[in-house]
Design a protein around this ligand. Sequence first.
Ligand code: ADP
Ligand code: MG
Ligand code: MG
Length: 382
Amino acid sequence: TVHWTNHNRVDGVISSTLREEATCPCYQVLSDIRDIVKLNYQIGIGRFGVFYHGHYEGTAVALKKFSDEHHAAWLRESLMYTSILQPQENMLTFYASAIAVGNTDVAGRSGGSGTGSERWLVTRYYEYGSLQDYLRQHTVPGRTLLQMSASIASGLAHLHSENCGNQVNVPVAHCNLTSRNILVKDNLSCVIGDFRCAVFKLRNETSRPEGVEEEGKETTARGAVRYMAPEVLSQQPGGLSFETLKQADVYSLGLVLWEVCQRGIYTGVAAEGYQVPFQGMVPPEPSLEDMQRLVVDNRVQPTISNRWTNSKFCKVDLLLDPVQLLREMTKVMRECWYYTSAARPTAVYLKKKLLKMSQELENTDPATENEATVPRKQPEES
Ligand code: ADP
Ligand code: MG
Ligand code: MG
């Protein structure tokens, strides 16, 4: 059995720290998982282990194998999927988490002479890969731009919310929202993944998931500094409330929306090439200090292209043309980047706003269907 507990509590911010003491019923030790999940080929090497493409009950899956020393990372991500997160269409689809035990050969196949156990995390496989992968290779027509933006905001709103239909949700702040941790579905809407930095907030005993023994302190894992809000960059240790962490996600979301918008295509105007936020303003692997200097000391925000703001006057709230759309998006982004976290819109507001814009574009611009630059793939199951 796999065991874990939480401990410590700071400002109502809960996260898991892992020990091997209490039993969590959510995990299975599946000695036969190697027979259930068929591995096809290696996709890449992540921070904590190796990614594979595989098949599980007829579905294409991504399998992340964590090495022994990353047991805690595996356990944490498993905990999030099995005990904290409620599935939703804009969340990465989780299938299974297990320790594969028994004799393995060097390649991890059963029947070998080795004795190692492996920690597996099985999720849906997204063929387009991360949003960043997608944007590097594709431009996006207005309709896709809004679909992607609205879906990411919907995923974030779901993550932040205290309820999900009639069910009680454990609210979660992602704390590492980047275009690499968002994946693109076949229908070009997006899902949020990589919850290893996420923190969650337990309100009371009844909302405590099975297996959570004690309340924990804020995770020590840090997200990508490039996407960190000013208050996170200048954080005193242990210093931020859960509400602030949620609004720091909104700041990061604004950066992701900026990445999507620069790849927008509009009649007669070329899209910018793909750039990560603040590209050229900081080194490719910026340090915390680099980002502090840029975002806190100099209060720099990503550059808004003239193309996005130069447009004729259009009636507010009526998206008659793609230029107007980008003006609206620019407003949304700037609000996400407000220096004061409480002044930023909430994820729920952004979800509503972007869905409304999406709807209006559908209503006023039936021609957008023809703009599609990528072959339409079979839609996913609804
Ligand atoms: P890390 O913790 O190392 O950042 P992630 O879970 O973010 O790991 O995955 C790293 C990268 O692997 C992603 O940016 C994406 O390109 C790719 N990836 C991860 N999960 C999937 C998936 N389910 N389908 C396709 N590609 C994936
Ligand atoms: Mg990641
Ligand atoms: Mg991860």
